[in-house]
Write a protein that binds this ligand. Structure first.
Ligand code: C5P
Length: 408
């Protein structure tokens, strides 16, 4: 897993309670560590019946604490230091017992003491059997904790260890990580900013079963949406064809054609601070769509599909900006196979953009579908910033650094 700037050197307390899902928390501890966080795990007495502290120490590279550490005499009381230094506390799985303790301010083990002392945001990831979750006492405790500002992630629906199917499963580590990005990002520079991002290719129908599409995977646009979430933005992601999962905290709008994307972009960006058009929008659509599937017959040899231009979305946005206020900043992409910089520069000006990301899509390690990209950033003031090959997540960070400056 790549390092995630949001997590770099952040102190995270990861509380583990005694539920069978505790074994999955080792994966979460590993993911957080790989993302760059300093993860201090605290296991309750019953958690140690399911999984040992050695596992957590091994994946985090830091001591994992148990109740024995509450009574240590070699240093300051560890919970005071932990509670004060943590940027985020995650309790996963959070059992009915620990939820009850927290709701009533009890502090009779290492984890509940640290949670009570913590000044950082706390994420609770409940996991328990369905009956325990739906019990009125648990529900009341969770409601109390929500009201006090705790962030509750899950539980998910599905099969539980008992065989029961319903709400009670712990959210998957990757989803908890996504949830943590939203909570941790909240206090960052883009907090309160509304950012619209487009991703994926559009499909232009020929008949009910066929379409004209392109090779876009949506990866770069999704990476930009995730990076904006990490910085605390309110993100709307307008998606054409892409099978990628929605990053936690993102409002996703699915569209199919360029026409639909145009309508969605105009509506969403009217009140937005920024629009990032990373989608690969088709430039041509069928002049008319057949109502029924076009059949091949013996005499059809040269079937012709007449193509006409699709709406130019950025052109429409430019007109909207001239009439109303939003979006304040517009960023476009130029996917080219030749004359990259010349074509990108002319798009930058004709579409009235503040920044354009020029992307040579003929290289095998850049552009469509792959995880890496090599781009040049061109701004309206004539600045040209070529970037070396890097992951799409890293490209997203560069784009957002530039966006931050443009929004100032
Ligand atoms: O001129 P071209 O369409 O190649 O410019 C690419 C940029 O314009 C991208 O940001 C793309 O998302 C956007 N675009 C658009 N409407 C279209 C086609 C592309 O806004 N019909």
């Amino acid at each position: 897993m790549d390092m995630i700037p949001l997590f770099h050197n952040k102190h995270i307390v990861l509380g583990v309670c005694g539920g069978i899902a505790a074994y999955k928390t080792a994966d979460l501890a590993s993911k957080l560590t790989q993302a760059g966080a300093l993860v201090d795990c605290i296991l309750t007495e019953s958690a140690t019946k399911f999984i040992g502290p050695v596992t957590f120490a091994a994946v985090t590279g830091r001591a994992a604490l148990t109740d024995a550490d509450l009574w240590r005499t070699d240093a300051h009381v560890p919970h005071v230091q932990l509670g004060e230094s943590a940027d985020l506390t995650i309790i996963a799985p959070a059992t009915a017992n620990t939820l009850a303790k927290l709701a009533h301010g009890q502090a009779d083990n290492m984890l509940s003491v640290v949670a009570l002392a913590a000044r950082c945001p706390i994420i609770l990831v409940p996991a328990m059997d369905g009956g325990m979750w739906s019990n009125a006492a648990t529900q009341a405790n969770v409601e109390t904790l929500r009201q006090r500002g705790f962030n509750v992630c899950g539980p998910a629906m599905g099969r539980m260890a008992s065989g029961l199917v319903g709400a009670g499963r712990m959210e998957e580590p990757a989803d908890i990580l996504g949830f943590a990005r939203v909570v941790l990002g909240k206090r960052s520079a883009f907090s309160g900013q509304k950012i619209v991002v487009t991703a994926g290719g559009t499909h232009e129908a020929i008949d009910p079963v066929r379409f004209i599409g392109n090779r876009s995977s949506g990866k770069q646009g999704f990476a930009i949406a995730q990076a904006a979430i990490d910085r605390g933005a309110d993100v709307t992601l307008i998606v054409g064809a892409s099978a990628l999962p929605t990053p936690f905290g993102v409002t996703r709008i699915n569209v199919e054609s360029a026409q639909q994307m145009c309508e969605a972009v105009l509506a969403a960006s009217r009140e937005a601070d920024a629009l990032v058009m990373a989608a690969a929008v088709a430039d041509f659509q069928a002049a008319s769509q057949a109502d029924q599937k076009i059949k091949k017959t013996k005499d059809t040899v040269d079937l012709e599909v007449k193509l006409v231009r699709t709406p130019d979305i950025l052109q429409a946005v430019k007109e909207q900006r001239e009439k109303t206020s939003g979006p304040r900043v517009t960023i476009g992409f130029a996917a080219e196979t030749q004359n990259l910089l010349a074509n990108a520069t002319s798009k930058l000006h004709s579409k009235g953009l503040d920044l354009i990301i020029a992307n040579d899509v003929s290289a095998s390690d850049a552009g469509f579908a792959v995880d890496t990209n090599r781009v040049t950033l061109l701004d309206a003031g004539g600045g040209v910033e070529p970037l070396p090959i890097m992951s799409k997540a890293q490209v997203a960070e560069h784009v957002l650094n530039r966006l931050a400056a443009l929004l100032k």
